[in-house]
Design a protein around this ligand. Structure first.
Ligand SMILES: Cc1cc2nc3c(=O)[nH]c(=O)nc-3n(C[C@H](O)[C@H](O)[C@H](O)COP(=O)(O)OP(=O)(O)OC[C@H]3O[C@@H](n4cnc5c(N)ncnc54)[C@H](O)[C@@H]3O)c2cc1C
Length: 330
């Protein structure tokens, strides 16, 4: 077993609300900490966010490292990395996990460079390996192979894909140790300032958090056909995704794009409509539990990864599915 210095997670928050991935990280990291015989620490950065410590304790954290400063009010990589690097330098955690969110990926990459340690990005599995080292699973080469990586150096850093871990169980009233740290932030090194924050109008259900996603591709033929998918989404409580071809055609905003240069998703059910299954698209959705493909070409590569394939014209298949689900779920 390695020297006990703690398994840490970054408790990403925005406007005083913890990102949903934080609860998942707490669930997974709790098990990891127990198997390593180490405490579980959560790093909470922000301004006026102390109240969130309670949630972190109740969902499994033993310690919360709290740094508050006006410089941390809004998420800025430079300030967050300075604070995280100072904490990691002082407490020398064994493991540091961040969520595979846009912010998590950005902060993790800069932090790993600052700490001069490796980073396994977009992990879909985190286990204990030999000598207390982490065994990390991650898709590589556009999702074509699954690599197992042994972490080296300390802290062992990884970003974890959303929905990799099950959310921790809440233990009401569970407490822990709150460790307040002064913000060691050199504001002269902050080269950006947040001018405005515009919430994304990405539909009712967030893509990365959705259990069901219905995605449309070039096969839709024209943007008005997204209406068919929206109707199916509404019946299923699903989020709307898209291939890059549909985004590039200007049919739907980029925030819906799934794939190598879009979002990485891992829902319970992914329904690909009029999407051929290019590797760059598969890279973003291949780890979905169930993949349903609707395509008029029986030789489309998407059928090779599909759990269920429907060969047919989407203009007939999608409305028929919507009607059937509406009936079944009524
Ligand atoms: C560096 C790089 C990064 C990339 N990143 C991404 C990414 O993040 N995400 C992404 O998606 N792509 C990405 N791509 C693009 C990718 O290579 C493909 O070009 C793209 O995914 C194709 O989108 P598509 O499947 O919608 O279109 P197509 O490949 O044109 O497929 C359309 C499909 O619709 C079917 N179809 C047509 N009409 C109907 C109908 N009436 N009913 C049923 N089926 C029908 C066709 O049979 C066909 O299979 C990237 C490419 C590169 C080079």
């Amino acid at each position: 077993m390695s020297e006990s210095k703690g398994v840490w997670i970054w408790a990403e928050q925005r406007d005083g609300a913890l990102a949903s991935v934080v609860y998942e990280l707490l669930g997974g990291a709790r098990k990891l900490a127990d198997s390593l015989g180490q405490p579980l620490g959560a790093v909470l950065l922000g301004d006026g966010v102390e109240g969130l410590a309670r949630n972190l304790f109740e969902y499994g954290a033993d310690q919360v490292y709290l740094v508050e400063s006006p410089d941390l009010k809004q998420l800025r990589d430079e300030a967050y990395v300075q604070a995280l690097a100072a904490l990691a330098g002082k407490y020398q955690p064994d493991v540091l996990l961040l969520g595979g969110t846009v912010a998590g990926r950005s902060v993790a990459a800069r932090l790993a460079a600052r700490l001069k340690v490796g980073l396994a990005g977009d992990c879909t599995g985190v286990e204990t390996g030999p000598d207390g080292r982490l065994k990390l699973t991650r898709p590589a080469f556009g999702g074509n192979i699954i690599a197992t990586v042994l972490a080296a150096g300390r802290p062992q850093m990884a970003t974890v894909r959303l929905k990799t871990f099950a959310k921790g169980t809440r233990q009401e009233g569970r407490g822990g140790q709150l460790i307040r740290e002064a913000a060691a932030i050199d504001s002269t090194l902050l080269r950006t300032r947040v001018v405005d924050f515009v919430a994304e109008l990405a539909g009712k259900v967030k893509l990365e958090e959705a259990d069901i996603i219905v995605s449309g591709g070039r096969g839709l033929g024209d943007p008005s056909k997204f209406k068919l998918l929206e109707e199916l989404c509404q019946v299923l409580g699903a989020a709307l995704g898209a291939s890059r071809a549909a985004v590039d055609a200007g049919w739907i905003p980029y925030s819906h794009q799934v794939g190598q240069t879009g979002r990485t998703v891992s829902p319970k059910i992914y329904i690909a409509v009029g999407i051929s299954g290019a590797i760059q698209h598969l890279a973003g959705m291949q780890s979905s539990d169930i993949i349903v493909a609707i395509n008029k070409n029986p030789d489309a590569p998407i059928f090779q990864v599909a759990t269920f394939g429907i060969v047919g014209d989407l203009n007939q298949v999608v409305p028929a599915l919507t009607t059937e689900f509406k009936r079944a779920l009524a």
